[in-house]
Write a protein that binds this ligand. Sequence first.
Ligand SMILES: [Zn+2]
Length: 326
Amino acid sequence: MPFVYDDLYEICREKRFLIDWLQELGLLGNFSGICDSCNVGTVKLVEDKSYSKDGIVWRCSSRLCNKKTSVREGSWFLGSHLLLEQAVKLTYYWVYELPGDFISRELKIGSDHTIVDWKNFAREVCLCILKQDSERIGGPGKHVEIDESKFGKRKYHRGKRVDGVWVFGGIERESKKCFFEVVEDRSANTLIPIIKKFVEPGTIILSDCWKAYSSLKSEGYQHLTVNHSIEFKNKETGACTNLIESTWNAVKKSLPKTGTQKQHYDSYLIEYCIRKKYLKEANDKFLTFLELIKRVYKCQKRRPLANLTQNNQVDQLNASTDLFED
Ligand SMILES: [Zn+2]
C-alpha cells in the first residue's frame, strides 16, 4: 500500500503518534533510559508546555538534576520554527512539488521565509547525499554536464548557518550518475583536479563559458560550451544537448515566480539531480526522501543501559526520584 496523505494526516493528528512514528523511522532520537548527566534519574518523555512549542520534552526524573533535552535534539528538525507536524507535512508537499501558496495556506504559515528556509534545508539534505554518493562518470563518447553554483543559506548540520558556499557538480547524460563537491572557490586550480577525480578521460564535457574550464581540452577531454545567460543552445557548435535543454527547462519551470536570482536558480539544480536520481523511480517518493534525511541526520536510538550491577543501584535510587514525576 502506498503511503498517501491520509496516512500522514492520521499520524499527525496526535503529537505522540507523530513522535513515535518519527522515532521509528530514526528521524527523532530516543533518549529514554538512565540520564547521562546525573547517572541517577530516568529520562522520560513528558508534557511540558513551558519548554518549547513542541509541548513535550525528555526530562530526567531526578529532582536534583531535572535535565531537559529537546525531542528534536540531533535531528533534522532542530532549529526550525515550524511545529513538527508542519515540518513533516511541508516535507511531504515539497517532495510532491505542491506550489508555495498552497503550502502556506494549508499549513497556515504566514511567512514565505519560513517555507523558503525549510526548502533550503531539504536541498541541503540533497547536497549532502549527492556528495556522499558521488561517483566517477563519463568515458569516451559519454556526455557530462558540469556546473558551479552558489548554494544559499545553509543550516549545515547542527544549526550553524553559513552563507554562500560554492558547490561544483556534474551529471552524466546517459546514466544520470553524478558527482558534487563543496569548493572554496571557482578557480581552475580548484575545479580541474575535481574534474580529473570524477570524470573519465575522453568524456565530452558540456559547461558554461567560465574561464576556469579553458584547459579541459589539454587535459584529455572534449569540451563544448553553452552560455546559459544568453541562450540554451550554442548555435555554432551545437553544444546544447537535449539533456542540458531539458535539465535547464525543468529547473526554470520549478523556479518560484518570485526570486529568480542566480542563487535560487543554482540550488534548484541540486534538487533536480536528487529527484532524477533517487525519487523519480522510487516506490514511494516521500518515504524515500525520509530515508535520505536519515542518512544525513542519524538520530540516537535508545540510550544504552549501564551494566547490571550499576543498574541495581540505579533502580534503588529511582524508587525515590520517581515520586517527582508527572
Ligand atoms: Zn539526570
